[in-house]
Design a protein around this ligand. Structure first.
Ligand code: NAD
Ligand code: G6P
Ligand code: MN
Length: 440
């Protein structure tokens, strides 16, 4: 295999050191000759690059690494773009969460009004990135996108840039499968899921390990403990994640057919989530005081003393998955992954243009979707409502329509009434003045 060039967009992300470590750890089967970091915040990504340089030095010093804020330098002849931007940074995530909570609603990063607000911030910056990549990158490049809210980003980009060579992905199911492997005492790579839904809105319908279904055992475990296990994915150990893994238990008790994605807690347990939240200290605060602070404290320490250890970041499902996928796109019989793709009949009961999360085979030919067939009414109804919500939001952004966006907020299952939807939307418009398309 020819050595590749990879560009990380959102070079200043807290995940960049882990992703670079994951890339270089595969150097024997997936050779990479150059890694470029691109960000609009030069200072932040240059700080993160201090750690990345150490990772490169330790694992693969022959790989070139540099940072840039210039699109041509970033994307010229690149083979892979790994995107992980956060438009408005944690400060805006905090606003999303706190505005919604003030009105008694869920403001999570990707679910409820928080996800809708973040979606309106992210759609057009992602379009700009796609256009720059199209202009400069190698003809058969791939963009692997983690930037959230992935469901809305995927839907919008499919409408606005239908031919872009982008695959939208999520590490949550992979992290859940790491817990499943721990519960079943098997290798995570041996787990093969059956799954359907939208991003952060789906269900495992079976789990296979070396050809044998282990679904019943897992359901029994989830009924008693949710996804709590001895060794969870290394990125999900904080108290709020433990709480999230535990919340799978009440969801299973009520809806025992399938194993839920953890993010369904925001829709099926909305009121409990609001009741359990501290409106003055939300997940954004926890991340700023945790993942972000740990990394930037280490950077500060390095600047002052030259001391470096790699305990200040993790690779986790996040780093492993995106690199496994990139390698699979270069290999015959590459692998089978859950990806966010255009439905086009895969889930029989849903619209063709929905962006669904389903198992797909991946190889140099691209993506081959697995057909799911019909799904039961309860799940279909939930997905249709969420899809309608996300579609109204995307149309609202494209048409600068206040009314469509209000429809989106009202349709979201986490919202009690259009009165609540309007109050939150009107406050979010003011908070997002610098980021949202104008809504008339
Ligand atoms: P972060 O704030 O630490 O990093 C994001 C970086 O993006 C910042 O350095 C920021 O300056 C940069 N940025 C913002 N707008 C940009 C633009 N237009 N062009 C280039 N760079 C831009 O955030 P984080 O917590 O590390 O998360 C990064 C992203 O990855 C978020 O969107 C997060 O939700 C997403 N994520 C997704 C998954 C998934 O499963 N899909 C998993 C983990 C993280
Ligand atoms: C999961 C999700 C991502 C999310 C990430 C981090 O892995 O799949 O979409 O961005 O968690 O969430 P956090 O709250 O830790 O920033
Ligand atoms: Mn995700």
């Amino acid at each position: 295999m020819n050595a590749k060039i990879i560009t990380i967009v959102g070079g200043g992300s807290t995940y960049t050191p882990g992703v670079v470590k994951a890339i270089l750890s595969k150097k024997d089967t997936f050779p990479v000759k150059e890694i470029r970091a691109y960000d609009i915040d030069e200072e932040r990504q240059n700080d993160v690059a201090i750690i990345v340089n150490e990772v490169v030095k330790a694992i693969c010093p022959e790989c070139k690494f540099f940072t840039t804020t210039d699109p041509k330098t970033a994307f010229e002849n690149t083979n892979f773009v790994f995107a992980q931007i956060r438009v408005g940074k944690y400060a805006m995530r905090e606003q999303d969460e706190k505005i919604a909570l003030k009105h008694g609603a869920v403001g999570q990063e990707t679910c409820g009004c928080g996800g809708l607000a973040y979606g309106l911030r992210t759609i057009y910056p992602m379009v700009e990135i796609l256009d720059m990549v199209e202009k400069y990158a190698a003809p058969n490049h791939w963009i692997l996108n983690y930037s959230n809210p992935a469901a809305i980003v995927a839907l919008a980009l499919k409408k606005l840039r239908p031919n872009a060579r982008i695959i939208n992905i999520c590490d949550m199911p992979v992290a859940i499968m790491n817990s499943m492997a721990d519960i079943l005492h098997c290798d995570p790579h041996d787990i093969k899921p059956d799954y359907f839904g939208l991003n952060h809105f789906g269900w495992f319908t079976n789990i296979w390990v070396n050809g044998e279904s282990r679904f019943a055992e897992l359901k029994q475990h989830a009924m008693q403990h949710g996804y709590l296990c001895d060794v969870p994915d290394e990125q999900h150990w904080e108290p709020s994640w433990v709480h999230t893994y535990g919340n799978v238990k009440p969801m299973m008790e009520r809806f025992p057919d399938y194993l839920p994605n953890t993010y369904l807690q925001y829709y099926l347990l909305s009121q409990d989530i609001v009741d359990d939240s501290n409106p003055d200290y939300t997940r954004a605060n926890e991340v700023m005081d945790g993942r972000e602070k740990t990394l930037f404290d280490a950077i500060k320490r390095y600047k002052e003393t030259g001391a470096y250890d790699d305990g200040m970041f993790v690779v986790g499902a996040h780093g492993t998955f995106i690199v496994d996928l990139a390698e699979s796109l270069c290999r015959e019989n590459g692998g089978r992954y859950l990806l966010i793709v255009k439905n086009e009949g895969a889930i029989a009961d849903l619209p063709d243009d929905a962006m669904v999360e389903i198992p797909c085979y991946v190889s140099p030919r691209g993506i081959e979707k697995i057909s799911i067939g019909h799904i039961p009414t309860f799940y279909k109804g939930m997905i249709e409502q969420q899809y309608a919500c996300e579609k109204c939001l995307v149309e609202g952004a494209m048409e600068n329509s206040y009314n469509k966006v209000l429809q989106a907020f009202t349709l979201n299952k986490t919202i009690k009434s259009s009165t609540q939807a309007k109050a939150i939307l009107d406050e979010m418009i003011i908070a997002n003045k610098a980021y949202w398309p104008e809504l008339k």
